[in-house]
Ligand binder design. Structure first.
Ligand code: SF4
Length: 463
């Protein structure tokens, strides 16, 4: 059974252990390379990443990159979903091509949500809030899985590279899992790789902002992306420990992909020779691979990138996808307001972006704090903001200014701040945030109705 289950309830206390075990890197190590990091980055809410360096390089060099993430329409949009939306929007503002998926095939197959309800929740809860929070519909892509034929074609193609034993090992599937559930895994892989297909401008670094429980999907998709490549490019060391780069054709016959070219597969002959022709410097060409020598250690990274670009471009010419391995950022889970996990079956545990602001404010007033048993004790010992759901709300969603958030933390720690007043302040901020957001949602509806695609989606809800 997989330890982190994207469809189950995750309770991951020890992120460091998880990172060691699954090879996720700490995000804080990249912070000084980001000009204006999002507050989730600055405050350690985005706690880890996998392969984000390539996205960051593209962002800093002004070259193309993309961001994509998905939302399963099975309940109300709450603050956890907002975190993903904020991250998509931030990357879009930083120049990324942005993709937001409504995972209705997943919701239907895994949770049994009827199609009509998937459409209604996807549109009225998720898409409207996404646009209200700042997603630019002119530049970005929003889609329902079930409506996207290219996506389903890509999922089918990816299915050639994944077998039942593998996904069973990752997701703990047993013999009674139904086929649609398995297909939804492939569709999710396709969601992640779709921004790199030719119709969307071809291969590019892509980041998937997700909660850390989604890592199995990311690892599987990175594996599948690599298997879809025609060539494997690796830096190696020779017997004198000098670096060289090996370009190896995969053992299986190279083929063009229907989904990519829309035509019959091309023969593989010539692709490796084409790479050899374009490659400068010392090299040895074998039947199935090329070794490139004479590489200075100090330049090996840039040489590797140049070679990867040549290989990718030949691969595209021969009908391949040339995928970059998708990157991911992982954010921490928000705790439920009642303490413990946030649960959709316990409305008091979460705040929905669409609920009446006064109800949300009441929930805040009743939330679990990190306060002491008596006021005297709190004044003497200080509170425990690191265990307080109110502090988590304030620092994650309600206070933009770092100095202010820090001051609040210190006031709590020193006993200067008391829970009653603190909760009232948080409740007021939450009330104002939701009131404003809900006004923005009305404007977002108007923006969406100006587009034929979204207007059609709204109109299908009336039928
Ligand atoms: S004073 Fe505020 S931050 Fe500190 S424990 Fe109480 S509610 Fe939490």
């Amino acid at each position: 059974m997989a330890e982190i289950d994207p469809w189950g309830i995750a309770d991951i206390k020890d992120y460091t252990r998880l990172f060691d075990e699954f090879g996720i890197s700490p995000f804080k190590d990249l912070l000084d390379q980001i000009e204006k990091p999002h507050l989730y980055m600055r405050r350690g809410i985005i706690v880890g990443h996998r392969g984000y360096e390539e996205v960051l390089r593209a962002m800093n060099e002004g070259s193309k990159f993309a961001v994509m993430s998905g939302f399963m329409p099975s309940g109300k949009i709450h603050l956890g979903g907002k975190m993903v939306m904020d991250e998509i929007i931030w990357h879009q503002r930083m120049g990324g091509d942005a993709f937001a998926c409504i995972a209705d095939m997943e919701s239907h197959s895994v949770r049994g949500v009827p199609w009509k309800e998937c459409r209604e929740i996807g549109l009225n809860e998720y898409i409207v809030s996404l646009v209200a929070l700042g997603f630019d519909v002119e530049r970005g892509h929003i889609y329902f899985q079930s409506e996207d034929k290219r996506l389903r074609d890509l999922a089918f193609e990816l299915g050639m590279e994944v077998n039942f034993s593998e996904i069973s090992a990752i997701y703990g599937f047993q013999g009674d899992v139904h086929i649609s559930h398995m297909i939804s895994v492939l569709v999710q892989n396709a969601d992640i790789l779709q921004p790199q297909i030719r119709d969307y401008g071809g291969p590019k670094p892509v980041v998937i902002p997700v909660g850390v429980d989604q890592d199995p999907h990311i690892r599987l998709t990175r594996d599948v992306a690599s298997r879809m490549r025609m060539f494997l490019v690796e830096k190696r060391l020779d017997k004198d420990l000098k670096p060289y780069i090996s370009i190896r054709a995969k053992k299986k016959p190279l083929q063009g992909f229907r989904g990519q070219r829309g035509e019959a597969p091309l023969a593989d002959s010539g692709a490796l020779e084409e790479i050899a022709r374009r490659m400068e410097g010392q090299k040895k060409v074998y039947e199935m691979h090329i070794d490139v020598f004479g590489i200075e250690e100090s330049e090996s990274e840039s040489t590797m990138r140049t070679i990867e670009e040549i290989v990718r471009s030949v691969e595209l010419g021969y009908g391949g996808y040339g995928f970059f391995l998708p990157a991911a950022t992982y954010h921490r889970f928000m705790h439920g307001l009642t303490g413990g996990k946030m649960s959709s079956s316990v409305p008091e545990s979460y705040i929905a972006l669409t609920e009446p602001p006064e109800d949300a404010a009441k929930k805040v007033l009743q939330a679990k704090t990190g306060g002491r048993v008596t006021v005297e004790e709190q004044k003497k010992l200080g509170g425990l903001p690191e265990e307080c759901t109110i502090y988590e709300l304030l620092m994650s969603h309600l206070i933009e200014d770092d100095a202010h958030a820090k001051e609040l933390f210190e006031e709590c720690k020193s006993g200067k701040r008391l829970c009653k007043a603190c909760k009232s302040q948080a409740a007021e901020l939450m009330f104002s945030f939701l009131k404003r957001h809900q006004e923005e949602r009305e404007k977002a509806r108007e923006v969406l109705m100006q587009h034929e695609k979204y207007k059609r989606w709204f109109n299908t809800l009336i039928l």
